[in-house]
Design a binder for this molecule. Structure first.
Ligand code: ADP
Length: 496
């Protein structure tokens, strides 16, 4: 296989100044202002983006509204399904280009991408192609006097604002595009300022697939400007947001004006619990990759690793040794398993957690340093593991968004459950055991939207994903997500 070459393989970057995508065409930001976006593997300028603000959001929402009431409303479910399938085919044809663009933009190692037939972004959009023809109301027998027929209808909610984080924009956008296109809604997407390029390129592919102009628009820019304008816009009916819990709170406030429907997938500090009877050959790499995948920049990263005390020493030793086998480096290199963090700001933040952990008395078992040498221009840090952590330490409570695992010892199942649930978050969790009773007790007892048993991080779009507590609300995937993009209407027909 050829080593990917941005100059050869990414004609999209031959013009590195990117505008907003509104009403089917590129539009310069009204203010004329731009922001720079950098390649985190070498700190070099990659492109400039439109610094969209209220005026651009205004234009994009107006285009989305026109498309919603115009040509798009006349697409039948079968036509919407065909369009989604055409788009999925185009996405698969351009898969190498899109994943290369995303890697350059946010640093995910190319080699860890699954091929199109297994890739989560493609599987997600294909799932929603099926859902396009599965939207139905009910006829419901009633107990009313007279001869009254009662039925329910479903109708798309309208314009959806999709606010996307930087840690996996290709997949992140599909969780919004899927239900939007399946239900007949329209969208204005606001990708993250650090990683917008693959979302902009996807908008071109949507046009190529035959989507009418205005159905999907993209406004780039800062969260506090473009994002906040979208969350507050009175003609946006729903916001789909993935990001931090703090920003989620801002979105709840901003959206109160017109009572937008909300889907919020927020932060996490997920427990991954290893019992003494677990198969450690499976658990050590499983737990490690639950923390280190995407360099720890995953909302459901299993960073609080609870280990039963009798196997603690062996587990820490094997976990640290496994971390050392993971090559950190250029995301485009074949043998790289961990790429850089997204930005120097994020690197500083992660390093400051390492410092605080040591001050608070956690033992650094491995890693903890910024990587220098050839990598010194990028934002690289070693896979890191602390042992002797207690649940009240800062590293066990705050979402770090970096490759930092905290190992916390426990004695009994009840203690593990109490500790696992002692967090304001409830996004995901893992359990490693060979005892089915232990597994089931944990599945029932853990307060989190997902419990993985003897595995970590599997997500199927038909099953879906969502949070308990301050990890947000609204389910991604499955029929539940589709329902969130639909109004339900009851009709009473008096035929007596
Ligand atoms: P992070 O701090 O990791 O970047 P955020 O939750 O701030 O996570 O960002 C996720 C997405 O939310 C990004 O697209 C960002 O631009 C956007 N965003 C940030 N602040 C706001 C806000 N106040 N209103 C709407 N969107 C925002």
């Amino acid at each position: 296989m050829n080593t990917p070459s941005p100059a050869r393989d990414l004609p999209f970057l031959s013009n590195p100044d990117k505008d907003n995508f509104i009403d089917g065409r590129w539009r310069a930001p009204e203010s004329g202002k731009r922001i720079d976006t950098f390649n985190p593997s070498n700190g070099q300028l990659l492109a400039t983006l439109a610094r969209g603000d209220k005026a651009d959001v205004e234009a994009a929402v107006a285009a989305a509204r026109r498309a919603f009431t115009g040509p798009w409303s006349r697409f039948s479910p079968a036509q919407r399904q065909q369009l989604i399938i055409r788009f999925a085919d185009l996405f698969a044809q351009h898969f190498d280009e899109l994943t290369l663009l995303e890697s350059l933009d946010m640093g995910a190692p190319l080699h860890t991408r699954l091929r199109p037939s297994k890739n989560g972004a493609i599987q997600t959009i294909l799932y929603f192609a099926g859902q396009a023809r599965n939207i139905q109301g009910d006829t419901i027998p009633n107990s009313l006097p007279g001869d009254v027929t009662t039925m329910t209808f479903k109708a798309p909610v309208g314009v959806v604002g999709g606010i996307i984080p930087w840690n996996g924009p290709l997949l992140g956008q599909m969780h919004i595009l899927g239900p939007v296109l399946a239900t007949g809604c329209t969208a204005v997407l606001k990708p993250a300022e650090d990683a917008s390029l693959s979302v902009l390129r996807t908008a071109e592919l949507l046009m190529e697939a035959g989507l009418p102009p205005g159905v999907v628009n993209v406004v780039t820019g800062l969260g506090a400007e473009a994002g906040a304008a979208l969350a507050a816009h009175p003609d946006v009916n729903r916001i789909a947001f993935t990001g931090s819990t703090a920003t989620g709170r801002e979105i709840i406030k901003a959206s109160a004006g017109n009572m937008k429907r909300l889907q919020l997938e927020l932060g996490g500090k997920s427990p991954d619990i290893v019992f003494a009877d677990a198969d450690l050959d499976q658990a050590v790499p499983g737990v490690a990759m639950g923390v280190y995948s995407n360099s720890g920049q995953i909302c459901f990263a299993g960073t609080r690793v609870f280990v039963q005390r009798s196997i603690q020493d062996e587990f820490v030793e094997r976990f640290a040794a496994y971390g050392k086998t993971l090559k950190v480096g250029d995301p485009l290199a074949q043998d790289t398993r961990l790429g850089p963090l997204i930005s120097s700001r994020q690197l500083d933040r992660v390093l400051s957690f390492v410092e605080v952990a040591e001050k608070e008395g956690a033992r650094l078992a491995s890693g903890g340093a910024r990587l220098g040498g050839d990598l010194s221009c990028g934002f690289y840090i070693e896979p890191t593991v602390f042992s002797g952590v207690t649940n009240s330490m800062t590293i066990a409570q705050e979402e770090i968004f970096g490759p930092v695992a905290s190992i916390i010892a426990f004695d009994t199942l009840d203690e593990a459950l109490t500790l696992a649930n002692a967090t304001p978050y409830g996004l995901a969790s893992g359990v490693w055991t060979s005892n089915v009773n232990t597994a089931l007790k944990m599945v029932h007892g853990i307060q989190a939207g997902t419990v993985w048993v003897n595995c970590y991080g599997l997500v199927d779009p038909s099953v879906g994903f969502g949070g308990y507590k301050e990890s947000g609300y609204g389910w991604k995937g499955g029929q539940t997500q589709i329902d969130g993009y639909l109004y339900q209407k009851a009709a009473y027909l008096n035929v007596s």
